[in-house]
Design a protein around this ligand. Structure first.
Ligand SMILES: NC(=O)C1=CN([C@@H]2O[C@H](COP(=O)(O)OP(=O)(O)OC[C@H]3O[C@@H](n4cnc5c(N)ncnc54)[C@H](OP(=O)(O)O)[C@@H]3O)[C@@H](O)[C@H]2O)C=CC1
Ligand SMILES: CC(C)CCC[C@@H](C)[C@H]1CC=C2C3=C(CC[C@@]21C)[C@@]1(C)CC[C@H](O)C[C@@H]1CC3
Length: 353
């Protein structure tokens, strides 16, 4: 196990100050969103309607349920009947480094250990996909059933939100191996950001649209629903096409599906795709993901900003993530990366950004 960053690496997320602010802001934001989603006015920017007392926040049954959920997921994760995939070569291939006197707040936020494991149980990989993502889908389903109980049947808007997000989570689980090449696994430590992000932020704020719809039913006609389905399909097509193209290329550059694509050689021996999806913008998968995020909010209508929170948060997350990835690629590929940026000047949205 190694520290995710060497002691001389530049600090990210605004260093310890930024990390401390995020650790206060993120849980507060999550509670705020949950409280306003069930209030009448549902104002994203207004104050929460009430502050629940500790008796509402603390329940031994809930804690038990939470640990049972984690335990169940851990048991399934440990089942022997699973595919064993080889991960990317990590930064720690050479020597283990343990910076003493690190920055405690920053380290707590980003995590000191890159891949904490007990035997073959990898905490980060386990948390990244299973409890939070599947939990998100289950919360959505529970909200759909509650709506059916409340109003006789689930609304069309609720069906769409459930369907779209189920597709997204199903896709992530189906392409589970692809998570091994994400910066979360190869670069970031397992600290507050990923533990809180995976286990709390994803299930509770990613299900915000369904929570909103339960308390604020929205009329949605078939023509509008069809347009929204089309937007989600376009987003998914770009997201999956771009991710699969890169994955296939990284696994086997002479695979017939990618062999005809134009590439730039790099000093590391690896190549960069410069045509196909990766020749349109430098992060076509983010573009597809953002288009889907829009489609998840549209069924909630345009009367409130709250259901668009995910789109706003996700845009800033991906812009920041893209900048971090850019720095890492520049360090890895040097001049070849400059050449790629020259050939493909836009990052996420063609002709805009
Ligand atoms: N819903 C959510 O909350 C989130 C979703 N996501 C989604 O997860 C997916 C994975 O995203 P993420 O981990 O950020 O990174 P990416 O899958 O975009 O991978 C970035 C890496 O791809 C490689 N690469 C970049 N350009 C090229 C090129 N032209 N040719 C070949 N390889 C290239 C580089 O690594 P190398 O060269 O070493 O292979 C680079 O570091 C995305 O679809 C994203 O939208 C991400 C974050 C949050
Ligand atoms: C709490 C903070 C504001 C940020 C936390 C970020 C995490 C929630 C995300 C960091 C990268 C993620 C990825 C996914 C889910 C969200 C987190 C954990 C996916 C698993 C979503 C499905 C995609 O197909 C793959 C994604 C990889 C990155």
């Amino acid at each position: 196990m190694a520290s995710p960053q060497g002691s001389g690496a530049p600090l990210e997320f605004g260093g310890p100050l930024g990390a401390a602010a995020l650790m206060l802001l993120l849980p507060a934001t999550m509670f705020h969103l949950l409280l306003v989603a069930r209030s009448g006015p549902a104002r994203l920017l207004g104050p929460p309607p009430y502050l629940p007392g500790p008796e509402v926040l603390w329940s031994p049954q809930m804690l038990l349920l939470w640990f049972t959920w984690l335990g169940l997921q851990a048991a399934l994760y440990l089942l022997p009947a699973r595919k064993v995939a080889e991960g990317q070569e990590l930064k720690d291939k050479s020597r283990l480094r343990y910076p003493i006197n690190g920055n405690p707040i920053y380290d707590f936020f980003l995590g000191r250990e890159l891949n904490p494991r007990i035997w073959s149980f990898d905490f980060k990989y386990f948390c990244e996909l299973r409890p939070g993502l599947i939990g998100w889908v289950l919360i959505n389903l529970a909200l759909l059933m509650q709506e059916a109980e409340l109003r006789g049947s689930p609304s069309l808007a609720m069906w769409l939100v459930n369907g779209f997000q189920l597709l997204y989570v199903g896709d992530a689980l189906w392409h589970e191996e692809a998570v091994l090449t994400t910066m979360d696994i190869t670069h970031d430590g397992f600290g507050f950001m990923l533990a809180f992000g995976d286990l709390a932020w994803v299930p509770f704020t990613y299900s915000l649209q369904a929570q909103f719809l339960l308390h604020h039913p929205q009329p949605l006609g078939l023509p509008m629903a069809s347009v929204i389905c089309l937007i989600n399909a376009v987003g998914y097509y770009i997201f999956r096409g771009a991710n699969s193209q890169k994955h296939t290329f990284r696994k086997n550059p002479s695979d017939p599906r990618v062999a005809g694509l134009e590439t730039i050689p790099t000093a590391t021996g690896r190549q960069l795709l410069v045509s196909g999806w990766w020749g349109v913008v430098r992060h076509p998968n983010y573009l597809g993901d953002l288009i889907m995020a829009l489609a998840w909010s549209l069924p909630c209508g345009v009367s409130h900003l709250l259901p668009y929170f995910y789109l706003l948060y996700f845009t800033s997350l991906l812009v920041h993530r893209e900048a971090r990835d850019e720095q890492q690629c520049l360090r890895k590929y040097g001049l070849a990366w400059h050449e790629y940026c020259r050939r493909v000047p836009y990052r996420i949205l063609p002709y805009v950004y």
